[in-house]
Design a protein around this ligand. Structure first.
Ligand SMILES: Cc1cc2nc3c(=O)[nH]c(=O)nc-3n(C[C@H](O)[C@H](O)[C@H](O)COP(=O)(O)OP(=O)(O)OC[C@H]3O[C@@H](n4cnc5c(N)ncnc54)[C@H](O)[C@@H]3O)c2cc1C
Length: 464
C-alpha cells in the first residue's frame, strides 16, 4: 500500500501557499507512486473552551470553507491532540504528521507533547513554515539578540526577506477519512449560535477576494485613511490572517510589484504586517509577556479593582460616544477598528486605572481575530508596559480622538442609536446639547481631565 501522511491544520486553514501541504504530499509519495495525504483538524477542548462565541463561530465557518477547498475531505476529530493524532496515524498507517510551526507559548507546549507521543509510536513530526513571513525568532540584531523596538526590527525583517509563495504540490491525492460526528455537530452549533455579519465570508477564496478588492481600491489611500474609523479604509483581513485563510507572504508578494500600487499605501500596509510579525517575535522571546508586564518599570502601579465602571466599558455605556461605539462594534461584529482599539484600551487603563490583562481578556473573548501576540502586546503598548511602549504619559482623549478620526460623527451614530438624532460632530459631545441624553444615552461615568491627572500621578508614583 502506498504510504500515507497526515497534514494537521491549525492556524493555516487554506490550501494555497501552504508549504506543509507540499511536505505532506512529498512524504506520501514513494517509488510505488503517490500516496494519499490526510488533512485533519482537531477540535481541542482545551482551546475550544477558552475561545469566545465569535471566535468559535468564525473557526467553524472557516473550517466549512476549508472542507470545500479540500474537496470535502477535511477530517475533523475531537479530543486532546496528544492522543488523537497517534491514534489517527495508527488508523491510517501514516508515517509522518506535518504542521506549520506553532509559535505561541501554549502552542509550542502542546506541539512538544504531541511530537513526543508520535515519536513513541514511531511517527515522524515535521514542521514546515509558520503563520508568518519570517518565522518568529529568526530576526536578530548584530549581537545575535532579539530586537526590543519596532522600527529596527521592521528594517531587519525586510532585509531578512521571505520565500515566494509555495505552489500547490503536483499530483496531490487527498485521503477520505471519517470525521467525529460529535465534532461536526459542535462546529455546526457554534456557527449557528453567534450572530456575526461576516460568517458567510469565511475561507480562503473570500480572503483572496477581500484582498483583491482592498488592493485595487482602498490601498492607494491607506496611508491617510487607515486611522479613520468612519471610512472603509482598512483591509479587515485580520480574521483571515488569524486563522490562516491567507498567508502574509501571499500579500507581500503581491505588494512587491510596486508599479501596481501608487502612493505610499503599499509601503504602509507592509509595515502593518511587520507589526504582526514583531509582536509574534516578542512573544517567542518573552513567553511570559502574554499575561505579564513586559517591562517591569510599572510593576509598582496602583490599579483599581474591576467594578461597575469596567462593566460599563464592556457594554459600551461609559458616556464617551467614541468609546461606546467601539465597544459596541466589538460586541456586534467581533471586530474593532485599530484606532478605536487604542482609544478603548487607553480608556480602561488610564481613565479607569485597570490593569491591561482585564481588557485583553475581554477583547480575546469577543474578537474574531483575537490573537494573543497582537492583542496582548497591543494592550501593553497602550498601557505603557510593553516593548516599544508608548510614553507612559500618553493618555488618549476620547473626545478629541473622536473628533479627529470620526469627524462627521458617522461612526458613533452607526453603533450608538441613542445619539442618532445628533447631527455631524455634535454626536461626540452630547452633554453640550439640551437633547443630548434625551434617548437614554448615559452620562459620563468619569471626568476624563480628572482621571488623566490621576493616571499621571499614579505613573509618577510607580516610577518613583
Ligand atoms: C489593544 C489592541 C488590541 C489588538 N488586538 C489584536 C488582535 O487580537 N488580533 C489582531 O490581529 N490584531 C490586533 N490588534 C492590531 C490591529 O488593531 C488589528 O490587526 C487591525 O485593527 C485589524 O484590522 P485590519 O485587518 O483591517 O488591519 P489593516 O490596517 O488592514 O492591517 C493589515 C494587517 O496588518 C496587521 N496589523 C495592523 N496593525 C497591527 C498592529 N497594531 N499590531 C499587529 N498587527 C497589526 C494585521 O494582521 C492586519 O490584518 C490590536 C491592537 C490594539 C491596539
Amino acid at each position: 500500500m502506498p504510504p500515507t501522511s497526515i497534514l494537521w491544520l491549525r492556524r493555516d486553514l487554506r490550501r494555497g501557499d501552504l508549504p506543509a501541504l507540499g511536505a505532506a504530499h512529498h512524504a506520501a509519495c514513494s517509488d510505488d507512486g503517490p500516496g494519499e495525504a490526510a488533512v485533519v483538524f482537531v477540535v481541542d477542548p482545551a482551546l475550544w473552551q477558552g475561545a469566545g462565541d465569535a471566535r468559535r463561530a468564525w473557526l467553524a465557518a472557516s473550517l466549512e470553507a476549508a472542507d470545500a477547498a479540500y474537496e470535502g475531505r477535511l477530517c475533523v476529530r475531537e479530543g486532546d491532540p496528544v492522543t488523537v493524532l497517534p491514534r489517527l496515524a495508527e488508523e491510517l498507517g501514516a508515517g509522518s504528521v506535518h504542521v506549520s510551526r506553532e509559535t505561541t507559548p501554549a502552542g509550542r507546549r502542546r506541539d512538544g507533547a504531541v511530537a513526543a507521543a508520535l515519536a513513541e509510536a514511531g511517527v515522524e513530526w515535521v514542521e514546515t513554515g509558520s503563520p508568518y513571513a519570517v518565522g518568529p525568532g529568526s530576526v536578530l540584531n548584530g549581537e545575535g539578540a532579539p530586537y526590543k523596538v519596532f522600527t529596527p526590527f521592521a528594517r531587519a525583517w525586510r532585509d531578512h526577506g521571505w520565500p515566494a509563495p509555495a505552489p500547490e504540490p503536483e499530483g496531490l491525492r487527498l485521503a477520505q477519512v471519517r470525521s467525529d460526528r460529535s465534532a461536526v455537530q459542535r462546529l455546526q452549533q457554534a456557527r449557528d449560535a453567534a450572530d456575526l455579519p461576516d460568517l458567510s465570508e469565511a475561507g480562503e477564496a473570500a480572503a483572496l477576494r477581500r484582498w483583491a478588492d482592498f488592493r485595487d481600491g482602498a490601498l492607494a489611500r491607506y496611508g491617510t485613511d487607515r486611522d479613520r474609523a468612519d471610512l472603509d479604509g482598512v483591509s479587515r483581513l485580520s480574521p483571515y490572517l488569524k486563522i490562516g485563510a491567507v498567508h502574509p507572504r501571499t500579500l507581500l508578494a503581491d505588494l512587491a510589484d510596486g508599479r501596481r500600487h501608487p502612493g505610499d499605501g503599499a509601503e504602509r500596509f507592509a509595515t502593518e504586517l511587520a507589526w504582526r510579525e514583531f509582536y509574534a517575535d516578542v512573544l517567542w522571546h518573552h513567553p511570559t509577556s502574554a499575561w505579564h508586564d513586559l517591562r517591569g518599570s510599572l510593576s509598582g502601579m496602583d490599579y483599581d479593582d474591576v467594578g461597575d465602571a469596567v462593566e460599563a466599558w464592556r457594554q459600551g455605556r461609559t458616556g464617551y460616544p467614541v468609546v461606546d461605539a467601539a465597544m459596541r462594534q466589538l460586541l456586534r461584529e467581533g471586530w474593532m477598528h485599530n484606532r478605536m482599539r487604542m482609544v478603548t484600551a487607553s480608556f480602561l487603563t488610564k481613565d479607569l486605572h485597570v490593569w491591561w490583562p482585564v481588557g485583553a481578556r475581554h477583547f480575546l473573548d469577543h474578537l474574531v481575530d483575537g490573537d494573543i501576540a497582537s492583542n496582548n502586546h497591543g494592550w501593553q503598548w497602550v498601557a505603557g508596559t510593553g516593548t516599544d511602549a508608548s510614553p507612559y504619559f500618553r493618555v488618549f482623549n476620547p473626545v478629541t480622538q473622536g473628533l479627529r478620526f470620526d469627524p462627521h460623527g458617522d461612526y458613533v451614530r452607526r453603533y450608538v442609536p441613542e445619539l442618532a438624532h445628533l447631527p455631524g460632530k455634535a454626536a461626540h459631545e452630547p452633554w453640550k446639547h439640551a437633547d443630548g441624553h434625551a434617548h437614554g444615552y448615559p452620562e459620563r461615568i468619569v471626568d476624563h481631565a480628572e482621571e488623566r491627572r490621576e493616571a499621571l500621578r499614579r505613573h509618577d508614583a510607580a516610577r518613583g
